[in-house]
Write a protein that binds this ligand. Structure first.
Ligand SMILES: C[S@@+](CC[C@H](N)C(=O)[O-])C[C@H]1O[C@@H](n2cnc3c(N)ncnc32)[C@H](O)[C@@H]1O
Length: 337
């Protein structure tokens, strides 16, 4: 496998090339294309686009445009709940009897997508093509009414950060299903030993666990949070109502914001593939978003080569804590040149 084929971008191109001949032969639009991370499928079909995830300057959205379309196509998200959610939201734009084309790579769970989506909103799942380790499903819209808004999707749970369980809200496809992740727990334990600061940014906030912990430890401080996923932003706004929560792809979300501390359990995958692009941008651009004496805290799996990355950018890099799976890093100060 070449370098591109093993990258998230290479995978997106490969999947687009597999589906393009099928959808181009599928008849007239207008089309709605969802989660097309290569951009090639929507461009070829001159389609309206939807993604829950922000990518570059394209902001994610919790739902697609409501304008009715003749057909829709969805690159299946690997997460089963995210797949169900995306197909249900697309159903609002697709009339009864019209098709939804669902496509993806075998490594991303596409083999079970047809069966998984067969139900109240979508019927007659058929595999119409398999090629290049990809599969393309065709489903037909039923006449059942599509669910509207986020209300049917909220998942009520609880989280305990040491002060007893408190209600916690999640949505389909969010990190750790709205639970406290083991890496995040290690990061929060290390952070609890550090003095509070006035302004903190939870970078890649998920459901807002870090933002909530920082706020609870220092109610007088200001907490900012960002995530590329529109559903993560909605959940953090609900869980941490007094945080300033922004939607966007990495640092694009917060403009020229500067804070005293950036804290992150960063994404290290794009889909199922390892991808350090967001982590690299987080570290390289962090100094431009830190006040003088500001610091960056990160937790990553032990094998992620983050120490050398931090040392390229910061004058001081400390291992704040570690266990058998994860390491917590703290970095500050300018790099002497
Ligand atoms: C490992 S999870 C951490 C979530 C949360 N901070 C926690 O500890 O529970 C990483 C988060 O990064 C988000 N993410 C992925 N790509 C991103 C990007 N380009 N910009 C901002 N956030 C991104 C994902 O949506 C996900 O919520």
């Amino acid at each position: 496998m070449g370098r591109m084929a093993g990258s998230a971008q290479g995978r997106a191109e490969l999947v687009a090339e597999a589906v393009l001949p099928v959808v181009e032969a599928a008849g007239a639009g207008p089309w709605l294309v969802a989660e097309d991370d290569s951009g090639r499928v929507a461009a070829a079909l001159k389609a309206a686009k939807w993604s829950r995830w922000s990518q570059g300057d394209d902001a994610g959205a919790v739902a697609p445009p409501a304008d009715p379309v003749a057909q829709a196509a969805l690159r299946a998200p690997p997460d089963a709940q995210a797949l169900t959610y995306a197909a249900a939201r697309l159903a609002a734009a697709v009339p009864a009897g019209a098709p939804l084309w669902v496509y993806g790579h075998n490594d991303e769970g596409i083999k079970s997508a047809g069966k998984r989506l067969t139900g109240e909103l979508w019927a007659d799942a058929q595999t119409v093509a398999t090629r290049r380790h990809c599969r393309i499903w065709r489903l037909t819209r039923t006449a059942a009414a599509a669910p509207q808004g986020l209300d049917p999707w909220w998942q009520a749970g609880a989280i305990d950060l040491g002060a007893g369980p408190r209600p916690w809200w999640s949505l389909p496809g969010l990190f750790a299903k709205g639970k406290l992740d083991a890496a995040t727990a290690l990061l929060l334990a290390a952070l609890a030993k550090a003095p509070p600061v006035a302004t903190t940014l939870d970078f890649a906030c998920g459901t807002g666990v870090i933002a909530h912990a920082v706020r609870a430890a220092n109610p007088a401080g200001t907490v900012h949070a960002l995530d590329a996923d529109a559903l993560a932003v909605a959940a953090t706004r609900r869980n941490v109502p007094d945080a300033q929560v922004a939607l966007g792809d990495g640092w694009r979300a917060v403009g020229d914001l500067r804070v005293d501390r950036v804290v992150s359990n960063p994404p290290i995958h794009a889909g199922k593939l390892e991808d350090f692009a967001v982590l690299r941008a987080l570290v390289h651009e962090a100094p431009a978003h830190l006040n003088p004496k500001g610091e960056l805290w990160l937790v990553v799996q032990r094998q992620v080569p983050v120490e050398s990355l931090l040392a390229q950018v910061f004058g001081r890099v400390d291992l704040a804590d570690e266990d058998t799976r994860f390491r917590v890093w703290r970095a500050d100060g300018p790099k002497e040149r």
